[in-house]
Each structure stands twice: as C-alpha cells, then as structure tokens.
Write a protein that binds this ligand. Structure first.
Ligand code: SAM
Length: 450
C-alpha cells in the first residue's frame, strides 16, 4: 500500500513511529477482527472463531477471521458489537480515571455508529449516557445500535455541538471521538488512502478545535474529557492536547500502561500533555490516539429550564405493569403515541435535556395502546430491562434469519403476541393468528442481504 510520503515524513518526529515496521504492516494485508461482548446479554459464543481476549478491555475478543456477521442473529440481538480493538482502550482509560461510575452523567458527542456509546453505557450502567450525533441519517443508525444494545440509561440526541452550551456544567464525563483524517484506518480500509490529503488534516484539526470549544462548557468543574481520533497526525493529536491546556484550562491525566500492550505514551511538545498512540505494527489493533483531561475551570451553572414531559395516565401505567414485568423505579411518559420509560432518578435530567436538545431516543419505548390492547414495542423486546410477561418462542437459525428479514417463517406457540428468541436472547415480536403469523420486526432494520 502506498502510504502518502508527506504523512510518513510528518510522522518522523512522532513518538514511537517506526517507519519500516509501519510500512510493512500496511503491506502485509493482515486484518485484525474483534468484537466486544454485551455484559447484559450473555450468550453461547462457541460458533464465533474466538482467538483470545483484548488485554485492555475485559469484554473484548479477537477473532481468527471475519465471519459473515450480518447472518448471525446474536448480532441483531445486541449480544456483541463489532468494534476495532484499539478503540476499546476507552474501557481501560475510563476504569482508571473514573473508578466510581455511579450516578455519572456522560456525553458521547460524536457518537455514530455507537461503538464508544455502547461501551460507555455498559461501564456507566448506574449512570446516564447521552449519545449525540449531528448528522441525521447517522443518528438513525446510532438509535438502532443503541436500541439493540438494550441499556435503559442510553439516550440518543441529534444536535450540533454548540447546542450543548445551553447546559453549562451538566456532564461529569465528555467523550469526543472527533471526526478526523482517518489515517489510522488505512490498513483496515485501503481506500481511505485515496481520500487522505494534507489539506484535509489541517481542516480536521481546525474542526476538532471548534468542536471542543463548543462542547467543553457543558463539562462540570473537575469533570473528565476523553479525546480520541483515528489519525496519526500530530496536529490532530498532540497539538490539540497542547491547545486544550493552553486555551481551555484543562489538566492532562496520565494512564498506567502494561508494557506488553505495545501502546506508546507520548508527551506533547509545548505543554507536556500525556497522550496514547496505537501503531498497528506494535499493538493488535488499528491506528488510534487517546488522551484524557480534567477540567479546572470553574463553571457557573445557569438554572436550566425544565420541559415537563407528557405523563402517561395512571390507568395506562397500571395496565402496562399488570401485563409486562419491568424493573421497579421507572417513570413513564408519552412520546409519539408510544409509552416510554426511564429510571425515575433520571426524570429531572431528561426534562432539562428535552428542553434544549432534539432527543431521538430516551429510555426504552415500552408499548403503545390500541384501546385496551397493549402493542409491545421492539425496543422493549431487545432491552436489557425486559423481564417477561409474554410467551416466547425459540427459533432455529433458519427461522430466526427469516424473521430478521421480515419474511415468512414458522413458529409454534400460543395465539397472540409472542417474543421471538434466538439462543435464549430476544430478537423481536410476532403475533400468532389462527392462519398466519404477523412479523413485527422493524422494517428499516431488516436484513436486506440474501
Ligand atoms: N464514536 C463513534 C464510534 O465509536 O462508533 C465514531 C465517531 S466518528 C470518528 C466521528 C463522528 O463525528 C461521525 O459520526 C461524524 O458524523 C461526526 N461529525 C462530523 N462532523 C462533525 C461536527 N462538525 N461536529 C460533531 N460531530 C461531527
């Protein structure tokens, strides 16, 4: 692979860069495949060619080869997420810098398709995670992936970074996985080389500063910022760290590394900020950069307006609770003819967020009511909250795939609503009628490949 000479030249001064080994690993054609397991959805993974653990993330697994993931019903059940191994270092960083996860409010600002957000929702299971994506169609993919992951603490918003200035000091943790020039993905996706340019690196660096300047005000004093890119370029990495220390009153946080991981610690030139570089010739993963900061600047929080959410009627809540087994301590509210729920302790925060942001998904959509009939929602089926209340049918792989394609499939069971499962994990709803089965798998998420 012809890596641009100007990139190679610029990296001669980057800490840990080894030109020959770097070029050789790009020429090797080797592909590293990895997944991250969903701790809330244990399943039998023996059909996957698991090769070992990702050392820095306890749920990370390497695979010997890339299976045809689309045809694995467990992927659609949210049992695992296909994620590049270096990115999973976020788990390690968070464990070290935010050891107490309870009650934390977390924003993942550049979130689609949802790799970091699903990881954060697993770590901050007792917290509230807002996954935001500015581009509308990418925000839809984010909703799909977050819904399948199933955590009720995961919200999705579709806003520009500047909109978060309306809630100064709101978040305890801010993740910015910034849009970048993408050189770290050259090995995985050789076509990325064709669109790389020095001019774009400069543009990306300026955009990264803009995004950070817009978003840092929503971080609380002493809150932590995690900044990452999949670019090797110093102007998108170490220089941004220097800029954060100079302009944004941040303090750098160092991490402890195991020397066996092959991750390179780098220290920025001007302000001596710590950063972590991932070179594919030295780690088992793709190119990546991550750095952590603590906000020193005092934040004057403004009293935020609260938007009262439309409350579900008591009668409907009683009907739902009689029919569906859900955790305790949930509050219910109405949105677009459906009833949604969130843990009661987050209702106040949700009301503040709803006042300033465009929320695409809050909590879990439980059901809609058609007269006295309860129509259970797909989000409920795949949520980690759902504890029962409907009969379920375990499908074999052939029928599970037909169900996920929204094609005819066969299932024997009681008439009425049934939860379709594969390998014990829910994948969606079907209604068994006397002479046919109605398939309620969301049309926009169906498998299109044959
Ligand atoms: N964090 C994601 C994950 O782990 O799956 C990957 C995020 S990707 C590196 C960067 C994201 O930033 C993209 O989804 C892109 O649409 C979004 N983005 C692009 N321009 C942006 C901007 N000006 N402000 C905020 N986000 C932007």
């Amino acid at each position: 692979m012809a890596i641009p000479a100007s990139l190679i030249h610029s990296l001669q001064t980057a800490t840990g860069f080894r030109k020959e080994a770097f070029e050789a690993v790009h020429d090797s054609g080797e592909q590293v495949v990895s997944i991250r397991l969903n701790p809330s959805k244990p399943f039998d993974s023996s059909h996957l060619p698991i090769a070992g653990n990702v050392s820095w993330c306890e749920q990370g697994r390497y695979l010997f080869e890339r299976p045809f993931f689309t045809f694995d019903p467990f992927l659609h059940a949210g049992a695992y997420y296909v994620q590049e191994a270096s990115s999973m270092f976020l788990w390690q960083a968070i464990q070290q810098i935010v050891p107490e996860s309870y009650g934390k409010k977390v924003l993942d600002l550049c979130a689609a398709p949802g790799g970091k957000s699903t990881l954060l929702s697993s770590y901050f299971k007792d917290g509230l995670v807002v996954a935001n994506e500015v581009i509308k169609n990418r925000a839809n993919t984010l909703v799909e992936n977050c819904s399948k992951w199933g955590e009720g603490n995961l919200l999705v918003t579709n806003n520009d970074p500047s909109h978060f200035q309306a809630i100064p000091g709101f978040f305890d943790v801010l993740m910015i996985d910034a849009p970048c020039s993408g050189s770290g993905l050259f090995r995985k996706d050789p076509t990325a080389v064709e669109v790389w340019s020095e001019a774009n690196v400069t543009l990306c660096s300026q955009r990264q500063q803009r995004i950070l300047a817009d978003a840092v005000p929503c971080l609380a004093e002493n809150g932590v910022l995690i900044y990452s890119t999949c670019s090797y370029s110093q102007v998108e990495d170490e220089s941004i760290c220097d800029w954060l220390l100079e302009e944004m009153e941040m303090e750098s946080i160092g991490l402890t590394l195991d020397s066996q991981w092959g991750i390179v610690e780098t220290i920025s030139e001007a302000r001596k900020a710590f950063g972590y570089r991932f070179y594919p010739d030295q780690v088992k993963g793709e190119g990546f950069f991550l750095a952590c900061f603590r906000k020193k600047k005092e934040v004057f929080s403004v009293k935020s307006k609260i938007k009262n959410l439309p409350v579900t009627s008591k009668l409907q809540i009683q009907q739902l609770q009689a029919a569906i087994q859900l955790p305790e301590n949930l509050s219910f509210f109405d949105q677009n003819d459906a009833i949604r729920a969130i843990e009661t302790r987050w209702m106040h925060e949700l009301s503040i967020l709803a006042n300033h942001l465009y929320i695409k998904k809050a909590g879990i959509e439980i059901a809609s009511m058609k007269g006295k009939d309860i129509v259970p929602s797909h989000e409920l089926a795949v949520s980690a909250w759902f504890m029962g209340g409907f009969p379920s049918i375990d499908l074999d792989k052939e029928n599970a795939l037909a169900f996920l394609k929204r094609k005819d499939f066969s299932a024997e069971g009681q008439k009425g609503w049934n939860l379709m499962r594969f390998g014990g994990l829910p994948i969606g709803w079907a209604k068994l009628l006397p002479n046919r089965i109605n398939n309620y798998y969301p049309a926009e998420w169906r498998i299109l490949k044959e």
